[in-house]
Write a protein that binds this ligand. Structure first.
Ligand code: NDP
Length: 265
Protein backbone atom coordinates (compact mmCIF):
# COMPACT_ATOMS: atom_id res chain seq x y z
CA UNK A 1 0.00 0.00 0.00
CA UNK A 2 1.42 3.41 -0.92
CA UNK A 3 1.61 6.03 1.80
CA UNK A 4 -1.63 7.95 2.34
CA UNK A 5 -1.20 11.64 3.04
CA UNK A 6 -3.53 13.60 5.33
CA UNK A 7 -3.44 17.16 6.62
CA UNK A 8 -5.20 19.86 8.57
CA UNK A 9 -6.33 22.96 6.68
CA UNK A 10 -6.88 26.19 8.60
CA UNK A 11 -5.67 29.73 9.12
CA UNK A 12 -3.84 29.92 11.45
CA UNK A 13 -2.80 26.30 11.65
CA UNK A 14 0.71 26.33 13.13
CA UNK A 15 -0.58 25.73 16.68
CA UNK A 16 -2.61 22.61 15.79
CA UNK A 17 -2.07 19.38 17.72
CA UNK A 18 -3.75 17.32 15.00
CA UNK A 19 -0.55 16.38 13.09
CA UNK A 20 1.03 14.98 16.25
CA UNK A 21 -2.17 13.17 17.26
CA UNK A 22 -2.68 11.48 13.90
CA UNK A 23 0.99 10.69 13.27
CA UNK A 24 1.26 9.00 16.68
CA UNK A 25 -1.77 6.87 15.81
CA UNK A 26 -0.40 6.01 12.32
CA UNK A 27 2.89 4.98 13.88
CA UNK A 28 1.38 3.05 16.79
CA UNK A 29 -1.08 1.19 14.58
CA UNK A 30 1.42 0.57 11.80
CA UNK A 31 -0.74 2.35 9.24
CA UNK A 32 1.16 3.63 6.21
CA UNK A 33 0.08 7.25 6.48
CA UNK A 34 1.39 10.65 7.41
CA UNK A 35 -0.32 13.87 8.42
CA UNK A 36 0.82 17.45 7.85
CA UNK A 37 -0.59 20.97 8.08
CA UNK A 38 -1.51 23.49 5.41
CA UNK A 39 -2.31 27.15 5.97
CA UNK A 40 -5.20 27.76 3.62
CA UNK A 41 -5.80 31.47 3.15
CA UNK A 42 -8.85 31.32 0.91
CA UNK A 43 -11.51 28.77 1.81
CA UNK A 44 -12.79 28.73 -1.77
CA UNK A 45 -9.49 27.10 -2.84
CA UNK A 46 -9.95 24.11 -0.54
CA UNK A 47 -10.95 21.53 -3.14
CA UNK A 48 -8.28 22.57 -5.62
CA UNK A 49 -5.55 22.42 -2.94
CA UNK A 50 -6.80 19.06 -1.69
CA UNK A 51 -6.27 17.45 -5.09
CA UNK A 52 -3.12 19.42 -5.90
CA UNK A 53 -1.51 18.08 -2.71
CA UNK A 54 -2.67 14.56 -3.56
CA UNK A 55 -4.34 14.06 -0.19
CA UNK A 56 -6.48 11.17 1.03
CA UNK A 57 -8.19 13.13 3.79
CA UNK A 58 -8.15 16.36 5.76
CA UNK A 59 -9.40 17.98 8.92
CA UNK A 60 -10.60 21.53 8.67
CA UNK A 61 -10.35 24.13 11.38
CA UNK A 62 -11.20 27.83 11.78
CA UNK A 63 -12.25 29.63 9.61
CA UNK A 64 -12.98 27.13 6.84
CA UNK A 65 -15.57 24.66 8.17
CA UNK A 66 -18.41 26.23 6.18
CA UNK A 67 -16.29 26.30 2.99
CA UNK A 68 -15.43 22.66 3.60
CA UNK A 69 -19.15 21.94 3.73
CA UNK A 70 -19.65 23.47 0.27
CA UNK A 71 -16.61 21.64 -1.18
CA UNK A 72 -17.97 18.13 -0.51
CA UNK A 73 -19.67 15.89 -3.08
CA UNK A 74 -21.35 13.74 -0.45
CA UNK A 75 -22.33 14.87 3.04
CA UNK A 76 -22.98 12.80 6.10
CA UNK A 77 -26.57 13.59 7.29
CA UNK A 78 -25.40 15.27 10.50
CA UNK A 79 -22.83 17.48 8.71
CA UNK A 80 -25.57 18.40 6.25
CA UNK A 81 -27.87 19.41 9.07
CA UNK A 82 -25.34 21.67 10.83
CA UNK A 83 -23.70 23.12 7.71
CA UNK A 84 -20.14 22.60 8.95
CA UNK A 85 -17.56 19.98 7.98
CA UNK A 86 -14.32 19.34 9.88
CA UNK A 87 -13.35 16.03 8.23
CA UNK A 88 -13.12 15.16 4.53
CA UNK A 89 -12.17 11.80 3.03
CA UNK A 90 -11.51 11.20 -0.66
CA UNK A 91 -12.99 8.05 -2.19
CA UNK A 92 -12.73 7.39 -5.93
CA UNK A 93 -12.26 11.08 -6.71
CA UNK A 94 -15.22 12.23 -4.60
CA UNK A 95 -15.05 14.20 -1.35
CA UNK A 96 -17.07 12.85 1.58
CA UNK A 97 -17.73 15.31 4.40
CA UNK A 98 -18.31 14.69 8.12
CA UNK A 99 -18.59 16.64 11.35
CA UNK A 100 -16.69 14.94 14.17
CA UNK A 101 -16.57 17.97 16.52
CA UNK A 102 -20.10 17.35 17.76
CA UNK A 103 -19.88 13.59 18.49
CA UNK A 104 -16.44 14.23 20.01
CA UNK A 105 -17.94 16.84 22.31
CA UNK A 106 -20.87 14.58 23.21
CA UNK A 107 -18.50 11.82 24.24
CA UNK A 108 -16.35 14.27 26.20
CA UNK A 109 -19.25 15.36 28.40
CA UNK A 110 -20.69 11.87 28.80
CA UNK A 111 -18.70 11.37 32.03
CA UNK A 112 -21.00 13.87 33.77
CA UNK A 113 -24.05 11.94 34.89
CA UNK A 114 -27.65 13.02 35.45
CA UNK A 115 -27.35 16.03 33.19
CA UNK A 116 -30.53 17.31 31.57
CA UNK A 117 -30.27 21.09 31.27
CA UNK A 118 -27.24 22.73 29.66
CA UNK A 119 -26.30 26.40 29.46
CA UNK A 120 -24.07 27.37 26.54
CA UNK A 121 -22.09 30.57 26.96
CA UNK A 122 -21.55 31.56 23.31
CA UNK A 123 -23.35 31.02 20.03
CA UNK A 124 -20.65 30.57 17.38
CA UNK A 125 -19.90 27.76 14.94
CA UNK A 126 -18.94 25.23 17.61
CA UNK A 127 -22.11 25.98 19.56
CA UNK A 128 -24.13 25.29 16.39
CA UNK A 129 -23.00 21.70 15.85
CA UNK A 130 -22.74 20.77 19.55
CA UNK A 131 -26.14 22.20 20.53
CA UNK A 132 -27.74 20.24 17.69
CA UNK A 133 -26.27 16.91 18.76
CA UNK A 134 -27.09 17.56 22.41
CA UNK A 135 -30.70 18.28 21.57
CA UNK A 136 -30.87 15.10 19.47
CA UNK A 137 -29.64 13.22 22.53
CA UNK A 138 -32.39 14.67 24.73
CA UNK A 139 -30.55 17.48 26.52
CA UNK A 140 -32.27 20.86 26.94
CA UNK A 141 -29.89 23.52 25.63
CA UNK A 142 -30.16 27.24 26.42
CA UNK A 143 -27.83 29.75 24.78
CA UNK A 144 -26.50 32.92 26.38
CA UNK A 145 -24.46 35.22 24.13
CA UNK A 146 -23.02 38.70 24.60
CA UNK A 147 -24.65 39.98 21.40
CA UNK A 148 -27.95 39.30 19.64
CA UNK A 149 -26.74 38.62 16.05
CA UNK A 150 -25.62 34.99 16.26
CA UNK A 151 -28.57 34.04 18.47
CA UNK A 152 -31.09 34.62 15.66
CA UNK A 153 -30.30 31.33 13.94
CA UNK A 154 -30.66 29.38 17.19
CA UNK A 155 -33.93 31.12 17.99
CA UNK A 156 -35.36 30.05 14.62
CA UNK A 157 -34.31 26.50 15.42
CA UNK A 158 -36.37 26.64 18.61
CA UNK A 159 -33.60 27.04 21.18
CA UNK A 160 -34.12 29.25 24.22
CA UNK A 161 -31.73 32.19 23.77
CA UNK A 162 -30.66 35.19 25.85
CA UNK A 163 -28.26 38.08 25.81
CA UNK A 164 -26.67 39.28 29.04
CA UNK A 165 -29.41 41.92 29.35
CA UNK A 166 -32.37 39.56 29.01
CA UNK A 167 -31.00 36.57 30.96
CA UNK A 168 -32.63 35.57 34.26
CA UNK A 169 -30.21 33.20 36.04
CA UNK A 170 -31.57 29.84 37.21
CA UNK A 171 -30.21 26.33 37.75
CA UNK A 172 -28.58 24.50 34.80
CA UNK A 173 -26.95 21.09 35.30
CA UNK A 174 -24.00 21.86 33.03
CA UNK A 175 -22.49 25.25 32.19
CA UNK A 176 -20.22 25.34 29.15
CA UNK A 177 -17.89 28.03 27.84
CA UNK A 178 -18.36 27.81 24.06
CA UNK A 179 -16.76 31.21 23.39
CA UNK A 180 -13.18 32.16 22.63
CA UNK A 181 -13.08 34.29 25.81
CA UNK A 182 -10.00 33.20 27.72
CA UNK A 183 -8.27 31.75 24.67
CA UNK A 184 -5.83 34.60 24.13
CA UNK A 185 -6.94 36.94 26.88
CA UNK A 186 -8.11 36.85 30.49
CA UNK A 187 -11.75 37.49 29.71
CA UNK A 188 -14.69 35.67 31.25
CA UNK A 189 -17.36 34.53 28.75
CA UNK A 190 -20.14 36.41 30.61
CA UNK A 191 -20.36 39.07 33.32
CA UNK A 192 -19.10 37.87 36.72
CA UNK A 193 -22.44 38.49 38.45
CA UNK A 194 -24.19 36.11 36.00
CA UNK A 195 -21.52 33.44 36.36
CA UNK A 196 -21.60 33.74 40.15
CA UNK A 197 -25.28 32.84 40.01
CA UNK A 198 -25.19 29.94 37.54
CA UNK A 199 -21.92 28.18 38.46
CA UNK A 200 -22.83 27.43 42.11
CA UNK A 201 -26.09 25.82 40.94
CA UNK A 202 -24.41 23.65 38.28
CA UNK A 203 -23.41 19.99 38.67
CA UNK A 204 -20.33 20.52 36.49
CA UNK A 205 -18.60 23.04 34.20
CA UNK A 206 -16.86 22.55 30.86
CA UNK A 207 -14.64 24.78 28.73
CA UNK A 208 -14.05 23.95 25.06
CA UNK A 209 -10.72 25.79 25.16
CA UNK A 210 -7.87 23.39 25.84
CA UNK A 211 -4.31 23.50 27.06
CA UNK A 212 -4.79 26.27 29.60
CA UNK A 213 -6.78 27.06 32.69
CA UNK A 214 -9.12 29.81 31.52
CA UNK A 215 -10.64 32.38 33.90
CA UNK A 216 -13.93 30.49 33.48
CA UNK A 217 -12.40 27.20 34.62
CA UNK A 218 -10.60 28.96 37.49
CA UNK A 219 -13.91 30.37 38.65
CA UNK A 220 -15.63 26.97 38.36
CA UNK A 221 -12.82 25.41 40.36
CA UNK A 222 -13.21 28.02 43.09
CA UNK A 223 -16.74 26.67 43.61
CA UNK A 224 -15.38 23.10 43.79
CA UNK A 225 -17.33 22.04 40.73
CA UNK A 226 -16.26 19.02 38.67
CA UNK A 227 -14.84 20.52 35.48
CA UNK A 228 -12.94 19.73 32.31
CA UNK A 229 -11.29 21.66 29.51
CA UNK A 230 -11.54 21.00 25.75
CA UNK A 231 -8.74 18.40 25.53
CA UNK A 232 -11.05 15.37 25.45
CA UNK A 233 -13.24 17.04 22.82
CA UNK A 234 -10.14 17.58 20.68
CA UNK A 235 -8.95 14.02 21.24
CA UNK A 236 -12.33 12.42 20.54
CA UNK A 237 -13.05 14.44 17.38
CA UNK A 238 -9.59 13.33 16.20
CA UNK A 239 -10.26 9.67 16.95
CA UNK A 240 -13.59 9.74 15.09
CA UNK A 241 -11.88 11.49 12.12
CA UNK A 242 -9.17 8.80 12.20
CA UNK A 243 -11.87 6.12 12.01
CA UNK A 244 -13.11 7.76 8.80
CA UNK A 245 -9.57 8.19 7.43
CA UNK A 246 -8.78 4.51 7.92
CA UNK A 247 -12.21 3.14 6.94
CA UNK A 248 -12.88 1.95 10.50
CA UNK A 249 -9.99 -0.49 10.53
CA UNK A 250 -9.28 0.11 14.22
CA UNK A 251 -11.38 0.40 17.37
CA UNK A 252 -11.92 3.71 19.16
CA UNK A 253 -9.94 2.55 22.22
CA UNK A 254 -7.09 1.24 20.13
CA UNK A 255 -6.74 4.59 18.33
CA UNK A 256 -7.10 6.42 21.64
CA UNK A 257 -4.26 4.52 23.27
CA UNK A 258 -1.84 5.99 20.70
CA UNK A 259 -3.41 9.36 19.95
CA UNK A 260 -3.66 10.46 23.57
CA UNK A 261 0.13 10.48 23.85
CA UNK A 262 -0.02 13.79 21.94
CA UNK A 263 -1.27 15.40 25.15
CA UNK A 264 1.81 14.55 27.17
CA UNK A 265 4.42 15.22 24.48
P1 NDP B 1 -16.83 31.61 16.68
O1 NDP B 1 -15.89 32.68 16.24
O2 NDP B 1 -17.74 30.98 15.70
O3 NDP B 1 -17.76 32.20 17.90
C1 NDP B 1 -17.18 32.86 18.96
C2 NDP B 1 -18.21 33.02 20.09
O4 NDP B 1 -17.52 33.54 21.24
C3 NDP B 1 -19.34 34.01 19.81
O5 NDP B 1 -20.49 33.57 20.46
C4 NDP B 1 -18.80 35.31 20.43
O6 NDP B 1 -19.82 36.20 20.79
C5 NDP B 1 -18.14 34.76 21.66
N1 NDP B 1 -17.08 35.59 22.24
C6 NDP B 1 -15.85 35.83 21.72
N2 NDP B 1 -15.12 36.58 22.57
C7 NDP B 1 -15.93 36.83 23.64
C8 NDP B 1 -15.75 37.55 24.85
N3 NDP B 1 -14.62 38.18 25.14
N4 NDP B 1 -16.77 37.57 25.74
C9 NDP B 1 -17.94 36.93 25.49
N5 NDP B 1 -18.17 36.23 24.35
C10 NDP B 1 -17.16 36.18 23.44
O7 NDP B 1 -15.90 30.54 17.42
P2 NDP B 1 -16.03 28.95 17.43
O8 NDP B 1 -17.42 28.56 17.78
O9 NDP B 1 -15.43 28.40 16.21
O10 NDP B 1 -15.04 28.56 18.64
C11 NDP B 1 -15.41 28.80 19.98
C12 NDP B 1 -14.38 28.19 20.90
O11 NDP B 1 -14.37 26.77 20.74
C13 NDP B 1 -12.96 28.67 20.65
O12 NDP B 1 -12.38 29.00 21.89
C14 NDP B 1 -12.28 27.46 20.05
O13 NDP B 1 -10.90 27.43 20.38
C15 NDP B 1 -13.02 26.31 20.72
N6 NDP B 1 -13.00 25.03 20.00
C16 NDP B 1 -12.49 23.92 20.64
C17 NDP B 1 -12.46 22.69 20.01
C18 NDP B 1 -11.89 21.50 20.73
O14 NDP B 1 -11.70 20.47 20.07
N7 NDP B 1 -11.65 21.57 22.02
C19 NDP B 1 -12.96 22.51 18.64
C20 NDP B 1 -13.50 23.74 18.04
C21 NDP B 1 -13.50 24.94 18.72
P3 NDP B 1 -20.40 37.30 19.73
O15 NDP B 1 -21.43 36.58 18.90
O16 NDP B 1 -21.00 38.33 20.61
O17 NDP B 1 -19.25 37.79 18.92
Amino acid sequence: MSKKIFAIFGNPVSHSKSPLMHNLAFQGLNFNGCYGRYRLEEGKNLKEKFFELNLKGINITVPHKEFAYTACDILDPFAKKVGAVNTIVEKEGKLYGYNTDAPGFLKAISEFKEIKTVLFLGAGGTAQSTSTILREEGYEVTLLNRSEGRLEKFKTQGFETYTFDTFKPKAYDLVINMTSAGLEDDALPAPLDILEQVIPLAKACVDVIYGKETPFLKLSKSYNKPFKDGSDMLLYQGIIAFEYFTAELYTFDNIKSHMQKAFIL
